[in-house]
Design a protein around this ligand. Structure first.
Ligand code: GLC
Length: 412
């Protein structure tokens, strides 16, 4: 990246993250908070994986603030290890009523999001947040990973299950359509389907075992499990050397299970597994490429994913890569961004995940190309939530904080 581009992006990222910073004392329990809201117009609370992305971007700007972002999130950690996907530091009933939510209490949701936390803690620690930060952040992070293993793997196959679409962070991904019995290709139909799930869960309280047993929406999800395995690998690097092997072993089990259960040798893609029947969701979305972020994936599988799909101009290698769904899919849809997202547009977080993986895997030109095109998106259009992969036009939320991840994408 030229110095000029890099300076401009750093300046714009700083301005956005400053504008979206929220600090204060919560009206409940009087707790101090310091987090970045995902987008002032659309998402005003603290979201789990968004905060992890913000902290990673903040490593380039203000390490103390990056640490504060994660420590605010970790205040949501419950005694049993659970961490909610949203904390409502300043609850706003009108805004909350507009969202489809399952609550664990007045101040937090009852759902999870992909555990980017371990990687974020590692990055912030290595950026210089200090031993005190590690001492405070590591125990609740480990406890969350233990909670996931204990509560979200009922069939003990090492793959975690999510119980509603937004737990994967890629809520409207068409891979869920069959399980959701989506009645039409629009946001209203999606919201209706999600509400049907919540209705089914209501009599079950927030008991994960009963919810999983009800088999209404159980998905062994590729985004969730790839980030879980990557997080276990980050934990192995963060804990005392004597404990590292435990996390390495757990990560290897997840990786092996993904290959054994989700890899389709014929198509050269991974599929998420739907329901207790574990039916492969044969929809070619960006999720199918996510196992690339796990270290130690078989080289043959890596090369097939990259050469046959990621670099394929009919699927993902569009003018502004990487679209959230392969352009060859019938559900590939650029026309309904509002709420009906993750169905075609390009996102900065998936570009960050996959360009970082490509660089580690030696696909340097591809990694650099994705970075350059993402920089162009931001510099020409601004920090949108997602972008049209043909025209670059920004879509959905504006001033979207995690799009600042562009400053952490590989340039070398
Ligand atoms: C949307 C995204 C989700 C994100 C949230 C807040 O719901 O799909 O991944 O966490 O917005 O930005």
């Amino acid at each position: 990246m030229s110095d000029e581009v890099s300076e401009r992006l750093l300046g714009e990222a700083r301005a956005l993250l400053d504008a979206n910073r929220r600090t204060g004392i919560s009206p409940w329990e009087g707790r101090p908070f310091d987090y970045t809201c995902p987008s002032p117009g659309s998402y005003i609370f603290q979201w789990f994986w968004d905060s992890c992305f913000h902290a990673i971007a903040l490593c380039h700007l203000d390490v103390e603030r990056a640490a504060a972002e994660l420590l605010s999130l970790l205040q949501g950690a419950q005694p049993n290890g659970f961490i909610p996907h949203i904390i409502f530091w300043q609850p706003d009933p009108a805004v909350m009523a507009r969202q489809t939510l399952r609550l664990a209490g007045p101040y937090m949701s009852a759902s999870v999001q992909p555990p980017v936390l371990a990687l974020a803690v590692e990055r912030v620690y290595r950026a210089g947040a200090g031993e005190e930060f590690r001492r405070r952040a590591l125990p609740p992070t480990r406890a969350f990973f233990d909670w996931l293993a204990a509560h979200r793997d009922p069939d003990c196959d090492a793959l975690l299950a999510i119980v509603q679409p937004d737990e994967s962070g890629v809520d409207a991904d068409p891979k869920y359509d069959a399980l959701l019995h989506l009645r039409a290709q629009n946001n209203a139909a999606l919201v209706a389907s999600i509400n049907r799930i919540y209705d089914a869960y209501r009599p079950l309280g927030n008991d994960d075992a009963r919810i999983l047993a009800a088999d209404v929406f159980v998905v062994e999800d590729l985004v969730y499990n790839s980030i879980y395995a990557q997080g276990l690998q980050a934990l192995a690097r963060l804990v005392a050397p004597a404990e590292a092997a435990v996390y390495e072993g757990r990560a290897a089990r997840v990786r092996d299970a993904l290959i054994a259960q989700c890899w389709d040798e014929e198509r050269g893609l991974f599929w998420s597994l739907l329901g207790q029947a574990e039916t492969p969701a044969r929809v070619n979305s960006i999720s199918s490429l996510f196992p690339l972020i796990i270290e130690g994936l078989d080289r043959r599988i890596v090369d097939r994913l990259v050469r046959e799909h990621l670099l394929n101009p009919n699927e993902y290698w569009l003018p502004y890569p990487l679209p959230s769904v392969a352009a060859t899919e019938p559900t590939f849809n650029l026309d309904h961004p509002h709420g009906f997202i993750w169905r075609g547009p390009t996102w900065v977080n998936s570009n960050w995940f996959l360009s970082t993986a490509l660089r580690r895997l030696g696909y340097l030109d591809a990694a650099r190309h994705i970075t350059r095109r993402t920089q162009e998106l931001i510099l020409r259009h601004g920090f949108y939530e997602c972008f049209n992969p043909y025209t670059g036009q920004g879509q959905n939320a504006r001033n979207f904080s995690w799009s600042t991840l562009v400053i952490d994408m590989p340039t070398g």
